[in-house]
Design a protein around this ligand. Structure first.
Ligand code: GLU
Length: 508
């Protein structure tokens, strides 16, 4: 088949994956599924100074957790590999040299000290950070100023050099972005970006174009922060003679701080108390741990659903979407141009909705993990599933199950019967003694517990409403949890009886 849709996510493995990165993955994934295309994961690791051990594995783990696995990657392989740019190093130099030969790029020998000197020398009030561009390249140490012979000599001697693109001084470039429509640039404002570095590695600019071409990418979606680089890439597609194969681009809107003031950063999350990374990330250099959505207690279904709606909607007001529903509903023409404000309260709402709708089977592993965190080992899955049914509506995060369900496994240590003060009077002791002895033996029958409870209350001349709070405190240890008869029924007669006795002791 000729024009098979091929998209790619192309992260640099430099640290934790920001939710904006996962949203880029998601839009790629949805577009690929929707059009029966292929989704590629390409690791852009050409900047060796920024290499962070573990970051690539982390990215794959995030994609796995979200259920957004690529069709081709360094992990799975595929017909267009390798999928790690560092392993493709030898492929790029030839293209850079072809550009030099055609006059679109040049060798530059400037040392870091000379570059710094240039910045100092040409700094003015109007131009505080002079760039290596069409204005200044004539004053620098490069093949344009040194001439062919001297250039050949320096290269022959192994003098370190880079290859830079020669950006035209004043050319208008245009392209149609799938999200933003017509976009226009003047090449004169862009500096002569390095294409090939001293170590022979390409920079992002060269590698992204070469690889999108060689990997037959048809659509490239990336964050809006890459828009300023587009003129460099447009020229490269043209200069390399590949213009007709250029992917269609979509620059996705930024994800903004909750107050709308600028791009959401990891620091905003730390400051405002919410996660920004998909999963926990420990910086291998500093040992600093950044909490992720997963560990905070998000279900991946909710996380993905929330991300889809950060910058897109289907136009009907529908908010809850499964991944399959998103595949069917998603289209780029409904992606917003403007930045999308991140709202943690809304993220919590999505998670709560997904937890409420989830089956106990779906939640079981997360709930067991949450309980285990609190030192509670669960071995009876049937019991835990019943617990889940009773408490899930009260949980916003999966981690909430630890507090909301812990008492089903552990009797309250010191039932705080003080809380019942207003509702307690010594004559209730007799009622509870008798209740402990009369509980229905069949577990799980809340209606039977309620019936016994009510009959005994009538017999003792007490109001049911006045008895329920002390009962709850005995069973739960606090003023929370689902209906008290449900709790007693699930705990069973023996355990409920024991907790009543302990509660009475605490009151005595
Ligand atoms: N490596 C770039 C990044 O880290 C990829 C940008 C693109 O998709 O072109 O975001």
């Amino acid at each position: 088949m000729s024009n098979k849709i091929r998209v790619r996510f192309a992260p640099s493995p430099t640290g934790g994956l920001h939710l904006g990165g996962v949203r880029t993955v998601l839009y790629n994934y949805l577009f690929a599924r929707r059009h029966h295309g292929e989704f590629i994961l390409r690791i852009e690791d050409t900047d060796q100074s920024r290499f962070v051990p573990g970051a690539e594995e982390y990215i794959l783990d995030c994609l796995r957790w979200c259920g957004l696995m690529p069709d081709e990657s360094a992990l799975t392989g595929g017909p267009y590999g390798p999928y790690r740019q560092s392993e493709r190093k030898e492929m790029y130099r030839g293209y850079a040299e072809k550009l030099v030969a055609a006059g679109h790029a040049y060798y530059a020998f400037d040392t870091p000290a000379e570059l710094e000197e240039m910045r100092q020398r040409y700094r003015t009030a109007e131009n505080p950070s002079p760039q290596y561009d069409h204005r200044l390249r004539g004053a620098m140490k490069n093949s344009l100023t040194l001439g062919e012979k001297e250039t050949a000599r320096l290269i022959g001697e192994g003098i370190p050099h880079v290859i830079r693109i020669s950006m035209p001084a004043d050319q208008i470039l245009r392209f149609t972005d799938l999200v933003r429509g017509e976009v226009e640039f003047n090449t004169g404002t862009v500096d002569d970006k390095v294409l090939l570095k001293q170590d022979g590695m390409p920079t992002y600019h060269l590698a992204v174009v070469v690889d999108d071409y060689l990997m037959k990418i048809t659509h490239a979606f990336r964050g809006e922060e890459w828009l300023p680089s587009a003129p460099v890439h447009l020229l490269l597609w043209d200069y390399l003679g590949w213009k007709d194969s250029m992917p269609q681009w979509a620059h996705l809107p930024l994800i903004l701080k909750p107050d709308g003031n600028g791009k959401l950063s990891k620091r905003d999350g730390d400051r405002l108390g919410f996660p920004v990374f998909a999963m926990n990330w420990t910086d291998p250099k500093t040992g600093e741990l950044t909490t992720g959505f997963r560990e905070r207690g998000f279900l991946p279904e909710a996380f993905v659903n929330m991300l889809a709606l950060l910058g897109w909607n289907d136009g009907t007001g529908k908010e809850i979407f499964s991944l399959d529903e998103l595949v069917n509903a998603f289209s780029l023409d409904r992606v917003h141009k403007g930045g999308a404000r991140f709202d943690f309260e809304k993220a919590k709402w999505f998670n709560h909705e997904w937890i409420k709708a989830a089956t106990p089977e779906r939640l079981l592993p997360d709930v067991k993990a949450a309980l285990q965190q609190e030192g509670i080992d669960t071995n009876d899955d049937e019991y835990t599933k019943q617990v889940i049914v009773l408490v899930k509506d009260r949980c916003t995060f999966t981690t909430d199950f630890a507090t909301q369900a812990g008492f089903f496994y552990r009797a309250p240590e010191q039932p705080d019967m003080q809380a019942a003060a207003g509702k307690w009077s010594p004559e209730k002791t007799g009622f509870f003694r008798e209740l402990a002895d009369s509980l229905p033996p069949a577990a799980g029958d809340a209606a039977a517990v309620e019936q016994v409870f009510k009959e005994l209350a009538a017999k003792h001349g007490l109001k049911v409403g006045e008895l329920q709070l002390p009962f709850r405190l005995m069973l739960v240890g606090g003023k929370f949890g689902p209906a008290v008869f449900e709790i007693a029924a699930l705990l069973g007669a023996a355990e409920t009886g024991r907790r009543i006795s302990r509660g009475l002791q605490a009151l005595a």
